[in-house]
Design a protein around this ligand. Structure first.
Ligand code: ARG
Ligand code: GLU
Length: 709
């Protein structure tokens, strides 16, 4: 019995902590991880993967425009990333005559590559553990506020004094919930040009219906290029800039793939929370997710209703709909996955094991009450978490008019606290966004959203944070009045308002019915909800930091830090999965499947004629010689948002695919990674090249790459 129990505990420990291929800091690849990767097939040395001194794969991986990843695939700075990562740029260059979203874009020469103001990519040249420097002078029993101030001071000092080249920057990030710190030496290139993109019917094939799903068939890629000054250093856009010369870039390997093949994902995962206590996970899936799902469902239903009946509205709202639907769908999948895998029970098992270890190793007795304290804090913070989520979803993320009010309120505050010059500077920053918000806007839709969401607000907002004035209003009548009279619904008037002197601006706003209404919600947010939230977070974060410290001391196993937007590797094998009883999903999809899903004229499942022709002729060589063209594939690497666009790399370090999503049944992996169900989705590089070459007829790009057969 003992033996079984022991086996069970190590098993659950394995499940919680010891999974293969977690998100590893590239400068910290342990012997154990390396061995594991080598057993799975890896041929590279750790210094091939990351090195601060010589060219290594980290020099070919970039953070793309802050939120995605990309990879360098030629000595002339050519980049691959996802179509959904380049979408904003592709859309911005599209006009009625040149609709690159719909028809795709294939530049024919360097001079046809299109600049994208504001876009940037970052290389990570060096990673260093600087925990000792950051925690210098920090004493255990210090007052938390003083401690934090000292840490901030140390970080500031370190950034100022850290050795770096003129064109480099240094960032310091916290790991393991504030227990460790690393410095990243980065180079931010700012002249990034659009080179090529497939039509949406390829790049976004399956759109929202297939999003977060397997089997999948989208060619989710786009092509950009980095430009640099003549010293190959970062520079603002200039027609005189030249293609970035890359010492390191990915060779592309088009050998056919099969189940069991090793691969590595190298990129910038945004956020995971794998070390939360069971109560926190329970709150997320029982309280927070349902609230957010309901709010977004309300908004999506309203939009869909209009979109179905009116093509102009559909065009305007497609991107907005996709953005809102993306996480709506993710949260549903995540909630289901947590239940299905009994993740909360497994977390509880781990917690008992943790307490046993604390006793056995005679660690601080403080740990013995840690779960009771978590339980108290998560009990106390329930309303505040809910209130914050409802308010942000209702008054900021899902209604344009109210979001405008938020921006204007911030502008007003800048004037009140910092004066006229700061106001003008901020106004300049906000103006394009504010006016742009009318571009894909329909006043009827926004009004319907307002009504539906404010009704939800009145019934669902926790009483403590619900606005007593708004509660008494007739929402429909209020909506009528606001949408007929408010400046917030009139672009021309709003533009005029923004050119007034600050005092006049504030006076006019004060008289506006839309702003008067919104201001109540906004003040609730800034004056009540945000401060309460901050206080509650400080306590929870402190306890989480303590718990993390405890885990690191109690558990004799390698522990990997949660994703925090920094460069990581994770690894796995190409592998299918069993989504439910008696169903098995194979790990590779094919063009045949695109044809199976084809719905002529449909906005999600239409297929370009040229692709159908290529399919009928089986014109796939050299990217496939079997008569079947692969499209996407899945594997066991642990990834999250931000890994979009990450290179999938084979055992020799060649590029074999581009990461772009996860499977529905495994989306709980941000909280709990399940070996059986969690899979990342990649587009096969063979399909990417096939589309560039045979569909786009873009030999220029093919010739620029190094392709291994
Ligand atoms: N689910 C993928 C990622 O999170 C792709 C999102 C873009 N596609 C979409 N249909 N919204 O973020
Ligand atoms: N599509 C996601 C992104 O944009 C990656 C998918 C995921 O969350 O795993 O980063």
């Amino acid at each position: 019995m003992k033996k079984i129990l022991f086996a069970f505990i190590t098993l659950s420990l394995q499940i919680i902590l010891g999974q293969n291929g977690r998100m590893i800091i590239p400068s910290e690849i342990s012997k154990q991880s390396l061995n594991e990767m080598q057993e799975m097939g890896l041929k590279l040395k750790t210094s091939d993967i990351y090195s601060p001194n010589k060219s290594s794969l980290n020099d070919a991986v970039i953070q793309f425009n802050g939120g995605c990843t990309g990879e360098i695939i030629s000595p002339k700075g050519l980049i691959l990333t996802n179509h959904h990562c380049g979408y904003g740029a592709i859309q911005a260059h599209s006009t009625f005559e040149h609709n690159y979203v719909k028809d795709g874009f294939w530049s024919k020469s360097l001079s046809e590559e299109l600049p994208n103001p504001g876009m940037y990519v970052s290389f990570v040249r060096k990673i260093e553990n600087v925990t000792n420097q950051v925690l210098k002078g920090v004493k255990k029993d210090m007052d938390p506020a003083i401690k934090q101030a000292l840490i901030n001071k140390n970080i500031k000092f370190l950034i100022k004094t850290y050795p770096k080249k003129l064109w480099q920057e240094v960032e310091i990030k916290s790991f393991f919930d504030g227990n460790q710190f690393y410095a990243f030496t980065v180079e931010n290139y700012k002249d990034i040009r659009l080179v090529a993109a497939p039509p949406s019917s390829i790049g976004k094939f399956g759109a929202d219906t297939d999003n977060w799903m397997w089997p999948r068939h989208s060619g989710d890629f786009s092509v950009f290029r980095i430009y640099a000054d003549k010293n190959n250093h970062p520079a603002e856009y200039s027609p005189n800039n030249v293609p970035y010369q890359a010492d390191t870039y990915f060779k592309i390997n088009i050998k056919p793939k099969k189940a069991g093949d090793f691969f590595m994902i190298y990129g910038f995962p945004g956020r995971t929370q794998e070390y939360l206590p069971a109560v926190a996970v329970k709150q997320k899936v029982d309280v927070i997710n349902p609230a957010r799902i309901e709010t977004r469902k309300t908004a999506l239903d309203v939009m869909q209703n209009f979109m179905q009946k009116n093509d102009t509205i559909k065009l305007k709202y497609t991107a907005k709909f996709a953005r809102i639907a993306n996480y709506w769908k993710k949260w549903i999948g995540e909630t289901q996955g947590i239940h299905k895998t009994h993740a909360i029970d497994k977390k509880k098992e781990f917690e008992s094991y943790f307490l046993k270890q604390v006793k056995a190793k005679k660690l601080s007795p403080e740990y013995l009450s840690i779960f009771d304290r978590f339980a108290d804090l998560y009990q106390q913070n329930k309303d505040i978490e809910l209130a914050r989520n409802y308010l942000i979803e209702i008054a900021y993320l899902n209604n344009d008019l109210l979001k405008r009010a938020f921006d204007l309120y911030n502008l007003e505050q800048v004037y009140q606290t910092k004066g006229k010059e700061a106001f003008k500077a901020k106004e300049k920053k906000y103006l394009p966004g504010l006016l742009n918000s009318f571009k894909n806007y329909d006043s009827k839709v926004d009004k319907a959203l307002f009504e539906a969401l404010m009704k939800l607000y009145v019934s669902k907002m926790p009483v403590k944070y619900r606005n007593k004035n708004i509660e008494k209003l007739d929402i429909s009548q209020t909506a009528d009045e606001i949408y007929s009279n408010s400046i917030l619904n009139q672009p021309d008037k709003l533009k005029k308002l923004l050119h007034k002197k600050p005092k006049k601006f504030i006076k006019l706003l004060a008289d506006d019915p839309g702003y008067q209404f919104a201001r109540q919600l906004i003040q609730d947010y800034y004056l009540k909800i945000a401060p309460d939230y901050r206080n509650s977070r400080i306590q929870i974060n402190q306890l989480q930091k303590k718990y993390m410290q405890g885990i690191m001391a109690a558990v004799d196993k390698q522990i990997f830090p949660d994703a925090n937007g920094t460069l990581r590797i994770s690894y796995g094998v190409i592998k299918g999965y069993e989504p439910r009883d008696a169903v098995y999903y194979f790990p590779i999809s094919h063009v045949r499947g695109i044809i199976e899903k084809y719905k002529p004229g449909d906005y999600e499942f239409d297929v370009p004629k040229r692709l159908i022709e290529l399919y009928e002729k089986k014109d796939y060589a050299p990217y496939s010689n079997t008569g079947e063209m692969p499209v996407d594939f899945i594997g066991t690497a642990h990834t999250t948002g931000g890994n979009s666009g990450s290179p999938a790399i084979n055992a020799e370090g060649d590029l074999i695919g581009i990461n772009f999503d996860r499977v529905w049944e495994g989306t709980m992996s941000d909280l709990y990674y399940d070996k059986k169900l969690s899979r990342n989705i990649m587009v096969d590089i063979n399909y990417v090249l096939f589309i560039i070459d045979k569909f786009g007829n873009d030999k220029r790009l093919i010739e620029e790459m190094t392709i291994k057969k």
